[in-house]
Design a protein around this ligand. Structure first.
Ligand SMILES: [Zn+2]
Length: 265
């Protein structure tokens, strides 16, 4: 679900070749019908089951993008010469990454490619985020994140995020605090990987707002694998979720699913 950081965040839904402006549909009844076909987003083969949010099993086993080091960047093994696709690794992992703090359901730490800011923050439904470090590779970002995880969460409580139950945080102050706590870890990493490999940044926080008219009091999820027809009043969009009065649906989870999308009234 492509999105851009306007106020509120502007969402489009990719249905076939069409791009639908979903913000305009908040307040209307919509329906999604999954016809049972899943196509791999890499090779376009049909697959009975989707792996890693949109891939067939062979691609899941073969692509660097589906390797376990993507979820755990501190396990990056590019430097050992065992990257599944070294050229992909060069373009996607051996490039500048940002270690950031975000407020999605409370304070969390995360990493992303420099070019994925603020897309990554929107995906997580963050209401506020701030860069903390700029580092030379994904691997180093992973090591810095591991140091931070001793002091701060790295997960979003997505139910709280979707209910809009988010405390206010002073991210500049939190950045100072966390940087103070990981000072020794950073010194150690610089010693091992070079003085310029991790840079503390003083960039400003970015606030994000979402087109939500009604926050759900209870979060029930729709799953197209179990119930292929989903219908409801669209009450909002946040993170990768459509919020319907009948439940929420994580659109990212069903990437590659052939779905007919209709506006009912
Ligand atoms: Zn495939």
């Amino acid at each position: 679900m492509p999105a851009s950081a306007e106020a509120p965040v502007s969402y489009q839904l990719a249905v076939g070749d069409a791009r639908i402006n979903v913000n305009e549909l908040v307040g209307r009844r919509v329906r999604l019908d999954f016809d049972g076909v899943i196509r791999c987003i890499h090779c376009d083969r049909t697959t009975k089951k989707s792996f890693n949010q949109g891939y067939c099993y062979p691609c899941f086993r073969k692509l660097a993008a589906c390797d376990s080091c993507i979820m755990s960047p501190e396990k990056c093994h590019f430097h050992l010469g065992t990257c599944r696709e070294p050229e992909w690794g060069e373009r996607n992992c051996m490039v500048e990454h940002v270690v950031y703090l975000a407020n999605s359901s409370g304070l969390k730490v995360g990493i992303t490619r420099g070019t994925q800011v603020p897309t990554r923050w929107i995906d997580q439904g963050a209401v506020d985020a701030i860069p903390m470090l700029r580092v030379s590779t994904r691997y180093l970002a992973g090591l810095a994140e591991v140091a931070c995880k001793q002091h701060v969460a790295d997960r979003t409580n997505w139910r709280a995020m979707l209910k809009g139950e988010v405390p206010e945080l002073d991210l500049e102050a939190e950045r100072e605090r966390i940087l103070g706590l990981i000072g020794d870890d950073l010194a150690q990493l610089r010693q091992e990987h070079g003085e310029d490999s991790l840079r503390v940044v003083e960039e400003s926080p970015q606030a994000l707002s979402y087109p939500v008219e009604v926050w759900p009091s209870k979060v029930k999820t729709h799953n197209l694998d179990k119930t292929p027809d989903v219908e409801g009043l669209l009450e909002g969009i946040k993170g990768q979720y459509l919020i319907l009065d009948t439940g929420v649906i994580n659109i990212r989870k069903f990437t590659g699913y052939e779905v007919r999308f209709r506006v009912l009234d």
